[in-house]
Design a binder for this molecule. Structure first.
Ligand SMILES: *[C@@H]1O[C@H](CO)[C@@H](O)[C@H](O)[C@H]1NC(C)=O
Ligand SMILES: *[C@@H]1O[C@H](CO)[C@@H](O)[C@H](O)[C@H]1NC(C)=O
Ligand SMILES: *[C@@H]1O[C@H](CO)[C@@H](O)[C@H](O)[C@H]1NC(C)=O
Ligand SMILES: *[C@@H]1O[C@H](CO)[C@@H](O)[C@H](O)[C@H]1NC(C)=O
Ligand SMILES: *[C@H]1O[C@H](CO)[C@@H](O)[C@H](O)[C@H]1NC(C)=O
Ligand SMILES: [Zn+2]
Length: 398
């Protein structure tokens, strides 16, 4: 019997965990393994003719039998797509897993699940540790996504990055070099409570979902909650503000979890990346002051090179510079905090677009947004390896 396994749906993970099935109204990531040439043809057609984004493989022509396909399907297309599969006589079977768990289980030697903490509403904060080889004394990089709930393309990037790493290790030269030299910690959804809320209640929610006793306003801007010139100009003590800094630095379980993890691994982690949207910017410290960071010129050079690569390969313009001067003062941000902790290569990416769709970036733009970010991540990570290896010079490594 021909079956298409729809293995996971990450966007409405919470619904799945509670009810064991997925609803048709939300965006979904389908994992589909075609078993016949006919199914391959249908999937190729679906991924090229409908409003979906192919996450894996990179392009429809690479879809083949017995190989997993990951297809992002926006909620309003999922009915059409499932009907289409049905009319072609394909029975689907829903076996649904937590994407993170599944990735971990499928790659037991290379992916480890790390619980870094839990959210205010007690959702687990899982990071994936990608460790593609066992070189001793390996350093690491960290990527977090989704600190601001409404920036949906950010978690998509984290998942994209994991896919890319696992699929193209030993295939693509750059990602291979990066993974040979660095382990990568990826935290796909830093603010799961807020993220869930944007799916169920308010698409424009930014903050976390913690309650304040004094009034009815909910939530802290987690990217104002780190201990870097905390709650100075550019943040607010008003709990009703979108940039409320919280009652004290790291008052929130989410920011505290990330800070704790990085504190305990600060000698290991050489590169910190935080993925946001939108506005197309590659930012680095400081955001919390207009003063120049000590390592300004290094960071500027790297951001510039990454922006140039995006322009060259995707003809898209990203501005770059220290956050405070490039956008506005934003104290208490995770990148400044990480930088002050000693992780000198520290960046915040604002992905597509420049405001036409804003947070509501259409699905069809997601793959491009992710590819642009990927090239920037690669360029910066390669630079970090080059600079730190030169500095530490470990001659026995290749
Ligand atoms: C592919 O999709 C198009 C657009 O919906 C449709 O017209 C066409 O018949 C499909 N072809 C196959 C082989 O399924
Ligand atoms: C789905 O929604 C988006 C944005 O709301 C819209 O642009 C698109 O045309 C819709 N697609 C379908 C198949 O209804
Ligand atoms: C994911 O893995 C964790 C830890 O192994 C487990 O406790 C949890 O139940 C798993 N969740 C799912 C949906 O499989
Ligand atoms: C940052 O700047 C300081 C002072 O110039 C220098 O000692 C240090 O090596 C730099 N760090 C990095 C990672 O470039
Ligand atoms: C959200 O913010 C409140 C303060 O409004 C805080 O006390 C709470 O711990 C935070 N919750 C989450 C999920 O971060
Ligand atoms: Zn943001």
């Amino acid at each position: 019997m021909t079956t298409i396994l729809i293995l996971f749906v990450f966007m409405n993970l919470d619904t799945i965990l509670k009810t064991g099935h997925c609803t048709d109204t939300r965006d979904q990531v389908l994992s589909i393994t075609p078993t016949t040439q006919k199914q391959v043809d249908i999937l190729k057609n679906v991924s090229s003719h409908y409003e979906t984004a192919l996450w894996q493989p990179v392009s429809p022509e690479y879809i083949k039998e017995e190989t997993q396909v990951h297809l992002f399907v926006p909620g309003n297309s999922s009915g059409i797509i499932k009907n289409l599969l049905r009319t072609h006589g394909i029975t689907h079977e829903y076996a649904i897993y937590d994407w993170i768990n599944r990735t971990t289980h499928d790659n037991p030697d290379t992916v480890k699940l790390i619980l870094v903490g839990s959210s205010y509403e007690k959702r687990p904060l899982y990071a994936l540790k990608l460790s593609l080889n066992n070189r001793p004394n390996k350093k690491a990089m960290w990527i977090d996504c989704g600190i601001h709930a409404r920036e949906w393309v950010a978690p998509a990037f984290c998942l994209w990055f994991v896919h890319h790493s696992l699929s193209f290790y030993k295939v693509n030269k750059d990602i291979t070099h990066i993974l040979d030299n660095l382990d990568v910690y990826v935290l796909p959804v830093l603010n799961p409570d807020g993220y869930k809320y944007t799916w169920t209640k308010n698409r424009m929610w930014r903050k976390n979902r913690s309650q304040n006793n004094a009034n009815n306003c909910i939530g802290v801007d987690l990217n104002r909650n780190f201990d870097a010139n905390w709650c100075t100009e550019g943040a607010s003590h008003d709990p009703c503000s979108e940039i409320y800094c919280g009652s004290f630095p790291e008052s929130e379980p989410e920011s505290q979890a990330v800070a704790d993890f990085l504190r305990s691994n600060k000698d290991l982690v050489q590169l910190y990346l935080s993925i946001h949207s939108y506005s197309q910017m590659l930012l680095f410290p400081y955001s919390c002051t207009l003063e120049e960071a000590e390592n300004h010129s290094d960071l500027l050079e790297m951001a510039q090179e990454a922006a140039q690569a995006i322009r060259r390969y995707y003809r898209n313009t990203y501005s770059y510079g220290p956050g405070g001067k490039t956008i506005y003062l934003a104290p208490g941000g995770s990148d400044d905090w990480a930088y002050n902790l000693g992780i000198k290569y520290s960046f915040t990416f604002e992905l597509q677009d420049r405001g036409r769709y804003g947070f509501l970036l259409p699905t069809s733009h997601i793959s491009r947004a992710c590819n642009e970010a990927l090239i920037a991540v690669k360029i910066i990570a390669l630079k970090v390896i080059e600079k730190t290896q030169a500095a530490t010079s470990s001659p026995q490594t290749v």
